[in-house]
Design a protein around this ligand. Structure first.
Ligand code: SF4
Length: 418
């Protein structure tokens, strides 16, 4: 069994106005102790597992992993190769922000086997970047991409956001067109969501910034799908497009309900049928890891774990559907559903799938179930119909445990990029 491995680096130079991720600005002094604690957590996972854990994807997300000084990466990669058995040809991704990329830093990452870079480009127009609170401009993106190519990266993603307040369609079209000129292998295009507690949400609530226009965002999404298809990209997930064979293997694990370990402050994992979430504050994370402790639960527990929730059959069915249906080509194969849930798809979801198929919102055939082009812009309306399948047992955890510990249908990806 191969696992995915997510490692959270919770540091940013400045908080962006729309961001509700578990990240912190002004904590550079904590980088050293944090990285040491992360190495400790890797060692815990190895001990709990009973040897080096086999992984075929590794994802350094954040936060802004590219902010870590070169001197700290060495310890991280040494620990990675000591405590994990990294498969030959594994996908190793690092998230980076354009303004924090240096040639030396990229060379070091490439030298340690990092073979995929995910760059937070977000937009082209200075007004959009300013509203989002981003520190870079478009020339910084061009420079970062050129440096990445120069040091040998052949696989990179650009993260983009559309549907911003006061963003006309033409401005989004310019963002995507200019992003395509950089010849990325992968594009993540997310509609802006106003997250509770963010400055942007407060500005909109006070009327300082107009509300994003949902209808316009739907037009942008439709245009994006059309243009990227013409440009030779495959839309493999609701918000993700890739050149053939360049889908993100790591994120595919989330959507396919495959096991992954989440290490670092606030990281989420799913392994051995258990969803885990770590303590969020970096200071608390460091304290927990640097204090010697006896294990209180089996793998995948570590001293940073604050949620340890065994997934019930009902939760498994819901999650399989919510996550799997995001994969627009693949959907949820019948065989996977039956293997995980222990019951055929029709036994659990027959009547509701029949109804959704009649409305042309899903295709339900011998392979399994998939969304239709009609339902892509309103996928959440399909997902709510799949809540509470007729299966027994919510398992030992509570609903609030579950929300805290796993990716949800409304989150575009479990661990969005910097
Ligand atoms: S959006 Fe990315 S760069 Fe901005 S604060 Fe959040 S994690 Fe940091």
């Amino acid at each position: 069994m191969m696992f995915g491995l997510y490692l959270h680096i919770p540091f940013c130079r400045q908080r962006c106005s729309y961001c509700d991720f578990n990240t912190y600005a002004g904590m550079e002094a904590w980088m050293g102790p944090y990285v040491q604690a992360l190495q400790e957590e890797m060692a815990w996972v190895r001990r709990q597992y009973g040897g080096p854990v086999p992984v075929d994807t590794v994802y350094f997300g954040g936060g802004t992993p590219s902010l870590l000084p070169v001197s700290l990466w060495e310890g991280l990669f040494r620990a990675l190769h000591t405590h994990f058995q990294v498969a030959e040809g594994a996908e190793i991704t690092v998230e980076a922000n354009p303004e924090s990329v240096t040639e030396e830093g990229l060379r070091v990452l490439r030298g340690w086997g990092v073979n995929r870079l995910s760059l937070g480009m977000q937009a082209v127009h200075p007004q959009d970047l300013r509203l989002l609170g981003r520190l870079h401009d478009f020339p910084a993106v061009i420079r970062a991409v050129a440096l990445a190519r120069k040091v040998g990266f052949e696989n990179f993603n650009l993260d983009l956001i559309y549907g911003l307040p006061e963003q006309p369609l033409a401005r989004w079209q310019k963002t995507l067109t200019w992003a395509l000129r950089l010849a990325p292998e992968h594009l993540s295009c997310y509609a802006l969501t106003l997250e509770h507690g963010t400055p942007l949400q407060a500005w909109v609530a006070r009327g300082r910034v107009p509300e994003p226009d949902d209808d316009l965002a739907a037009d942008m999404y439709a245009w994006t799908r059309e243009v990227l298809e013409k440009a030779g990209f495959v839309q493999y997930e609701l918000s993700n497009w890739a050149r053939p064979d360049r889908a993100c293997w790591h994120n595919l694990k989330y959507w396919r309900w495959e096991p992954y370990l989440g290490l670092g402050a606030g990281a989420h994992g799913f392994a051995a049928g258990v969803r885990t979430a770590n303590v969020r504050a970096p200071q608390a994370y460091v304290q927990r890891l640097l204090k010697a402790r006896e294990p209180v639960r089996p793998f995948p527990w570590t001293p940073a774990t604050v949620v340890y929730h065994r997934v019930s059959p009902r939760e498994a069915a819901e999650e399989l559907m919510f996550m799997g249906l995001r994969l627009v080509q693949e959907g949820v194969p019948r065989a996977r559903f039956e293997r995980v849930v222990g019951r055929p798809l029709e036994d659990v979801y027959g009547p509701v799938l029949q109804e959704l198929a009649q409305m042309d919102l899903v295709v339900w055939d011998a392979q399994g179930v998939r969304l239709t082009p009609l339902s892509l812009p309103v996928a959440n309306q399909v997902f709510v119909r799949l809540l509470d399948p007729p299966l027994s047992g919510n398992g030992p955890g509570t609903m609030s445990d579950r929300r805290a510990s796993g990716p949800s249908a409304s989150s575009p990806t479990a661990f969005p990029a910097a």
